[in-house]
Design a protein around this ligand. Structure first.
Ligand code: ZN
Ligand code: FE
Length: 258
């Protein structure tokens, strides 16, 4: 099987759009096209033809380019069946456990509600590539706009169950501010301190901190550590349940001014 070529396209200030290209078949998907213009430019530069749009959720900074891309390329929009009325141009409706294919590369659909009630992630196991939209960020997680803390915690546990060498392709460059918050709640975490120092160095050079390695997120991302004894201790919540600790970390992040 040929390589799956993944390219990152910055958009709208801090969004990342991804092109996923299968060399053998020539099929190309775009994940969460915030806008059409930079996608069309990147396709043109690469000499690729768009075959699919993969949407993780309905927010405008993830579906904003859908209709223009469909009109100009005839590509097919894949999105969550339960949110079909909010995904512009949806043609293929998917749910938990469904598989989609870009050429011979298959991705499993994982339902991860919390940021929105209908949010999905795409896991390309052979390429070790996770596309998780606004659910899991490098050193952070999405805000709870429509779902509950309990839903989001269980969604994050599903992503945490993937292998350590999974590459986390999230949809925003929020890592440096996430790192400042993470250090405020988990200052004794050596893995986090090393990760945060590397993020500062990358950002000082204007470079992307995404994708990140899931194994490093497991060790350093406070939102993936709400069930760990040392994290609970750092929060002053030794005897609290996992969901309560997760909810408190999320609440502190919402009001954090760092
Ligand atoms: Zn969003
Ligand atoms: Fe977003």
């Amino acid at each position: 099987m040929g390589r799956l070529d993944i390219r990152q396209i910055p958009a709208l200030g801090d969004n990342y759009i991804y092109l996923v290209h299968d060399e053998d078949s020539g099929e190309t998907a775009v994940v969460d096209p915030a806008e059409a213009a930079p996608v069309l430019a990147a396709l043109d530069e690469a000499g690729w033809r768009l075959s699919h749009i993969l949407n993780t959720h309905h927010h405008p900074d993830h579906v904003g380019g859908n209709l223009e891309l469909v009109a100009k390329t005839g590509c097919s929009v894949i999105g969550f069946a339960g949110d079909a009325e909010r995904i512009p141009g949806i043609a293929v409706r998917v749910r938990e456990g469904d598989e989609i294919a870009i050429g011979a590369h298959r991705a499993r659909v994982i339902e991860v509600p919390g940021h929105t009630s209908g949010h999905i992630a795409f896991w390309f196991a052979d390429a070790r590539a996770l596309f998780c939209g606004d659910t899991l960020f490098a050193l952070g997680c999405g805000r709870l706009f429509e779902g509950t803390a309990e839903q989001m915690w269980h969604s994050l546990l599903k992503l945490r169950a993937l292998p350590d060498d999974a590459l986390v392709h999230c949809a925003h460059e929020y890592t440096q501010s996430n790192a400042r918050f993470a250090l405020s709640v988990d200052p004794g975490n050596e893995a986090l301190r090393r990760y945060a120092a590397r993020v500062d160095a990358l950002r000082a050079e204007g470079r992307a901190t995404v994708p990140s390695l899931l194994g490093e997120e497991k060790a350093a991302n406070p939102f993936l550590r709400a069930d760990k004894a040392d994290m609970k201790r750092a929060m002053g919540m030794e005897t609290a349940g996992d969901v309560a600790v997760f909810a408190e970390i999320r609440a502190r992040k919402d009001s954090f001014r760092g």
